[in-house]
Design a protein around this ligand. Structure first.
Ligand SMILES: Cc1ncc(COP(=O)(O)O)c(C=O)c1O
Length: 389
């Protein structure tokens, strides 16, 4: 059977991951990797989760192992609603990782050819979800305060049907949207009548400064908020949530029913167990302290080792630093040389929807040790100094 001939049109649109192709280069080699966005496994609270799993099985018994409602475990929906001003439990849909939330929203809002306003660069997983429904893109430029409003307005004038935004400690840039921009983005969205998908996996991982209101909190009628358990506890639970107008969520719920009936009952209950008793507060504090030290080490190493013509972001939270090389330099070439010297990062091109960004790359400081960060940045710095600009 030639299966390609049998694929639906939308499935022909799914591209192989550029990054996976690159990482075939690294197979079989010992690589110091700043590429992945994985949480540090040493922070996973294995003992506490074991205890919570036992409590759930003791107290809930077979109920924890039975099918359950598509909307999600009611106490967990209540907990989520309490975290956001303007949210109610009916406005919470539990999903199997916030990535499923992106898929669900793309599925219910986007027709082929519909335009999504995305920052340039943006999270590749969101593009993957939108691509599957044959979306097209309107790139919005960013600076150190997040989305540039004039650029966003041009995208809205050009017919954007959805705005995709990561306001806190963006993946891939590490940038946080300022309060003024948050108001500006919401105001523009309202003026043009366009919904916003606010993706917030990193919001709890703030190292400094005050929390800013979520876009959802500024405009609960306009914003669909995606949250996750992945970065505050563990990603392997595949547990996240959408918060939105309950009327919109009715369609999400039906769509999710078709997809997987519901998110795993047992993991929802175990997650709720550690969220409910305050354990999560200490856990988040520990994660922040850990990543703050990692971030500090990376910024110090960049300062020490990278040539002064190179620009990089200074994230106030999250897991990523975004590097911009002088125009004309090719991050892919730098990567090939880096891999041959045992170091990897993610080149920036695939994070853009318009074939730009060849001179950019993303560094993640989440899993390397402090010494490895120093060594890795030294190696990349040596390569950059050896390339003629
Ligand atoms: C911006 C962004 N959105 C969504 C996700 C998906 O997270 P999860 O499906 O684990 O909740 C990630 C994961 O790294 C991410 O960086």
């Amino acid at each position: 059977m030639n299966w390609r001939e049998h694929l639906a049109h939308r499935s022909q649109n799914i591209k192989p991951s550029a990054i996976r192709e690159i990482f075939k280069l690294t197979q079989g080699k010992k690589i110091l990797s700043f590429a992945g966005g994985m949480p540090a496994p040493g922070l996973f609270p294995v003992a506490r989760l074991t205890e919570a799993a036992n409590t759930v099985l003791d107290e809930q018994g077979a109920k924890a192992l039975q099918y359950s409602t598509t909307e999600g475990y009611p106490p967990l929906r209540e907990w989520v609603a309490q975290q956001l001003d303007g949210a109610s439990p009916e406005g919470v849909q539990v999903v199997s990782g916030s990535q499923q939330g992106l898929d669900m929203i793309a599925r219910i809002l986007l027709d082929p050819g519909d335009k999504v306003a995305v920052t340039a660069p943006t999270y590749m997983g969101a593009l993957l979800a939108f691509d599957a429904f044959e979306a097209s893109y309107l790139p919005v430029s960013i600076d150190d305060d997040g989305m540039e409003l004039e650029s966003l307005e041009r995208a809205l004038e050009s017919g954007a049907k959805l705005i995709y935004a990561i306001a806190n400690f963006d993946n891939p840039t590490g940038i946080t949207m300022s309060l003024e921009r948050r108001h500006g983005v919401v105001e523009l969205a309202r003026r043009y009548g366009v919904p916003i998908y606010e993706d917030n996996p990193y919001g709890e991982l703030r190292f400094e400064g005050d929390d800013l209101p979520h876009l959802y909190e500024l405009a609960p009628d306009l914003v669909i908020y995606g949250g996750t358990f992945s970065k505050i506890v563990v990603p392997g639970f595949r547990l996240g949530w959408l918060v939105a107008d309950p009327e919109l969520l009715t369609t999400v719920t039906r769509t999710k029913q078709a997809s997987d009936l519901h998110t795993a009952t047992f993991t929802q209950m175990v997650a709720y167990e550690v969220l409910r008793d305050g354990f999560i507060d200490g856990q988040v504090e520990q994660i922040r302290d850990y990543y703050r030290k990692q971030r500090d080490a990376m910024l110090a190493a960049l300062e020490k080792s990278f040539p002064k013509e190179v620009h990089w972001t200074r994230p106030r939270g999250g897991m990523f630093v975004w590097v911009t090389l002088p125009q004309g330099m090719d991050a892919m070439e730098v990567l090939k040389e880096a891999v041959s010297r045992g170091v990897a990062f993610v080149p920036g091109g695939p994070f853009y929807t318009d074939d730009t960004g060849g001179n950019t790359f993303r560094l993640s400081y989440s899993v390397a040790t402090l010494d490895e960060i120093d060594i890795g940045m030294h190696t990349i710095g040596e390569i950059l100094k050896s390339v003629k600009v």
